[in-house]
Design a protein around this ligand. Structure first.
Ligand SMILES: Cc1cc2nc3c(=O)[nH]c(=O)nc-3n(C[C@H](O)[C@H](O)[C@H](O)COP(=O)(O)O)c2cc1C
Ligand code: SF4
Ligand code: SF4
Length: 303
């Protein structure tokens, strides 16, 4: 029996959970092919019985680069079973369900899904879920993988909490997220490059999930297909990429995405720990991200 997992991960959180799910499957005797979304051209799920799709949450929805790929790639997964997983650093809203819907449109039957928290490098969400996904969550991911394997192999019933339910997740953020998506280029600034610091190494070009960066005439250029995920900002070894958040951006983010609002709308559970928001320190680059492309993480230290 074979499973094939495709995971998009900007800073490694979703990748970590995908790896743990893959371990759970492998420990149950399933052969697993786990492909990073950036290498999606190499992904071939045709001979797999079970398909997994993982994505972070951006603007209260699964990253659109993933859902667009599912829509446009012409994938035909009819007759296959599938599962979905997401990580979120604020309000996931109904992202798990939306991802399941996108996967269903390929013809696959989604049998389950799971969501986790993920520490975020995005300035306005920075520091809110430190150390997440944690060991406990990675164990849960592994258990999820084992349950998927048992269901595939001998029809073992899945616990109710793995069902992907359209009613779960905050309705408010499910509506406001897509509105902000349209206004994203106003609320969320595009990255800019400082040619003085940049040595034209090309790392950002290779790491951009949407192919929105090119180098022409010794200049780094950003195209408007950019989904403002800030992966380029994370990976640039010269710290030459920056974003200019206006006071308006901060105000919108603080009003709409404050802890109190997210608790009120059910996207942060009553007993759930929420850390400090360190966005001002991130923007001033007082915080040094411990970013390592081979072992990505959203952890940080103060400079
Ligand atoms: C541009 C951007 C927008 C985000 N928007 C949301 C959001 O609306 N809701 C949320 O819960 N998390 C949001 N996040 C946080 C990520 O979903 C979270 O940090 C996730 O774990 C990142 O996963 P990754 O490390 O696999 O990329 C956002 C992150 C970025 C970079
Ligand atoms: S990663 Fe940074 S230094 Fe390298 S080309 Fe991109 S902007 Fe320039
Ligand atoms: S240009 Fe940067 S922010 Fe835009 S999609 Fe590419 S990596 Fe993400």
């Amino acid at each position: 029996m074979k499973a094939s997992i495709l995971t998009f991960s900007q800073t490694g959180n979703t990748l970590k959970t995908g790896k743990s799910i893959a371990n759970g499957l492998r420990n149950s005797g399933v052969e697993v092919d786990h492909v990073d979304f950036l290498r999606r051209k190499k992904w071939n799920p045709e001979d797999s019985d079970l398909i997994g799709i993982g994505s972070p949450v951006f603007e209260n929805r699964p990253a659109e680069v993933v859902t667009e790929f599912l829509k446009d790639s012409g994938l035909d997964l009819k007759g296959k079973k599938a599962f979905v997983f997401i990580t979120s650093g604020g309000s996931p809203a109904k992202s798990l369900w939306h991802l399941a819907q996108s996967v269903s449109r390929t013809g696959a039957t989604v049998i389950g899904g799971i969501q986790f928290r993920g520490a975020c490098t995005f300035p306005t969400l920075f520091g809110i879920y430190p150390g997440r996904p944690n060991d406990e969550e990675l164990k849960q991911a592994e258990a999820f993988g084992r349950a998927m394997a048992a269901n595939m192999m001998n029809g073992a019933p899945l616990p109710d909490h793995y069902k992907v339910d359209p009613d779960s997740g905050g309705g408010f953020y499910d509506i406001i997220g897509p509105c902000l998506n349209h206004a994203k280029k106003i609320t969320t600034p595009l990255p800019k490059n400082d040619s003085e610091k940049c040595d034209l190494c090309g790392i950002c070009v290779n790491e951009c999930p949407t192919g929105s960066i090119s180098i022409k005439d010794k200049t780094v250029r950003f195209q408007d297909t950019c989904i403002v995920c800030y992966r380029c900002w994370n990976v640039c070894p010269k710290n030459s990429i920056s974003m200019k958040f206006s006071p308006g951006n901060g105000l919108i983010e603080r009003l709409v995405y404050s802890e109190n609002m997210e608790r009120a709308f059910g996207d942060v559970k009553p007993g759930e720990y929420v850390g400090a928001n360190l966005y001002k320190d991130v923007l001033k680059r007082k915080i040094k991200l411990k970013y390592d492309r081979k072992n990505p993480t959203a952890e940080y230290e103060y400079k």
